[in-house]
Design a protein around this ligand. Structure first.
Ligand SMILES: [Zn+2]
Length: 413
């Protein structure tokens, strides 16, 4: 049994209370910078103060609550996540990592346990990136990874990120002041729901995250020829959609059967002229591959090219492959993974290694600090939807493990 136990009832109460901000019958609507987000931030700051933390908002709008360490000259150990949601999202994504961090510190406060290192609880701004289509804004600012496009972003309502940032107490013109240097944080730990089915299926309470998968995005522009649907013989057609359809099936197979990469998705399709009596002359297909191993993404790209060339020969079309974006995978150091597994064991839980198919603030913070992530099961593997659910027990297990991880790291770092 753990020496210091978190208060599971209080943890789940704060999760429920946070879940009132932006709650709708169809899911959570707490988009970054929305009135619900701003109100939830006030609630969170209140909880931090009750836990004895000294709070501030950095120029990127991140909320930081600090607890002094026995040796305040040591760099802090940070615990955090985000509280914004996607439209009609769930109550646990991000929220668990923040409420868990505050519960850990509140518990230490009550027990009168002082760590050697200072501790900082962090709430990162606009993780989801639904607004502005620019994500991880707060954590990238902290890691010094903001891009020029972030600074000039304008949302669907025509409001600049700079203005939205002012609404939450940040200042984008001084965003560089939010940046912290390697060595400024002793470590960063993020508790999160898995958002996938593996832990739920295996019944394992704690997932030791091995890394955050890299992502490669392409757009295939398939050019055939539009022609009359009634008069053009089948063997003389250059049907862009028919070629696209075959490619979609082949791309699925790359991951599902050939295991070239972990997952392959063709999530966007646009055809022209999109009329029932005209042979489609043009098709655009959005393709995404993800894997922890960047070499697998390179192999996937080669296979995609081969399939496209094959389709050109077989279907009489031309295919341009636009390489949109490669996001590097972020592996988690084996030592950090060991610590999470050991923390789970100390808390009395089994654990297993799982990669993260979704992106997280931790991947940005990894650029400036040793980082670890732990997952708890998502019922049915569902997230970013109203059905997103992790049991009160699962949330408590994750938070208890987060506490053990903090105590263990405080000794060893
Ligand atoms: Zn999240």
């Amino acid at each position: 049994m753990p020496g210091i136990a978190i208060n599971a009832t209080r943890l789940n109460r704060t999760l429920d209370e946070l879940g009132k901000f932006g709650e709708t019958p169809d899911g959570m609507n707490r988009l970054a910078f929305s009135p619900a987000d701003i109100a939830s931030r006030e609630y969170t700051i209140g909880l931090m103060r009750q836990a004895g933390l000294e709070t501030r908002i950095d120029t990127a709008g991140n909320i930081i609550g600090r607890r002094a360490g026995a040796d305040d000259s040591l760099p802090p150990i940070a615990l955090g996540s985000h509280t914004d949601t996607v439209p009609l999202g769930g109550k646990y994504d991000g929220a668990l990592g923040v409420m868990g961090a505050i519960e850990v510190i509140k518990t230490l406060d009550e027990q009168g346990h002082q760590t050697r290192h200072p501790i900082e609880a962090m709430v990162f701004t606009n993780e989801e990136g639904t607004r502005f289509h620019r994500w991880l804004i707060g954590s990238r600012a902290m890691a010094g990874l903001l891009e020029p496009e972030d600074l000039t972003a304008i949302d669907a309502e025509g409001v600049t990120l700079a203005q939205r940032m002012t609404d939450i107490g940040g200042d984008l013109s001084r965003a560089d002041e939010a940046a912290r240097q390697p060595g400024d944080l002793a470590a960063y730990f993020e508790l999160h729901i898995e958002q996938g089915p593996y832990l739920y299926r295996s019944g394992t309470p704690i997932g030791v995250v091995t890394g955050i998968t890299g992502r490669a995005v392409f757009e295939l522009e398939i050019s055939g020829m539009s022609n009359h649907a009634g008069t053009t013989p089948m063997n003389e057609r250059r049907d862009a959609l028919a070629a696209a359809a075959k490619l979609v099936v082949q791309i699925q197979k790359m991951a599902a059967e050939d295991e070239i990469c972990r997952v392959a998705t063709t999530g966007a399709l646009d055809i022209q002229p999109n009329a029932v009596n005209v042979i489609p002359g043009r098709a655009t297909v959005g393709v995404e591959f993800r894997d922890l191993d960047m070499a697998a993404l390179d192999t996937a790209e080669r296979e995609l090219t081969r399939l496209a060339r094959q389709a050109e020969q077989q279907d009489g079309v031309q295919i341009a492959i636009n390489r949109h974006r490669f996001t590097d995978s972020v592996p988690i150091a084996p030592t950090m993974q060991e610590w999470v597994a050991e923390a789970a064991q100390r808390a009395g839980f089994d654990s297993e290694r799982v990669p993260s198919g979704a992106g997280h603030d931790a991947q940005a913070i990894a650029a400036i600090a040793p980082m670890a992530m732990l997952f708890v099961p998502s019922v049915g593997g569902i997230s970013h939807a109203i059905e997103e659910y992790s049991t009160p027990e699962a949330c408590a297990n994750g938070t208890q493990t987060l506490l053990e991880l903090l105590l263990l790291a405080d000794q060893r770092l």
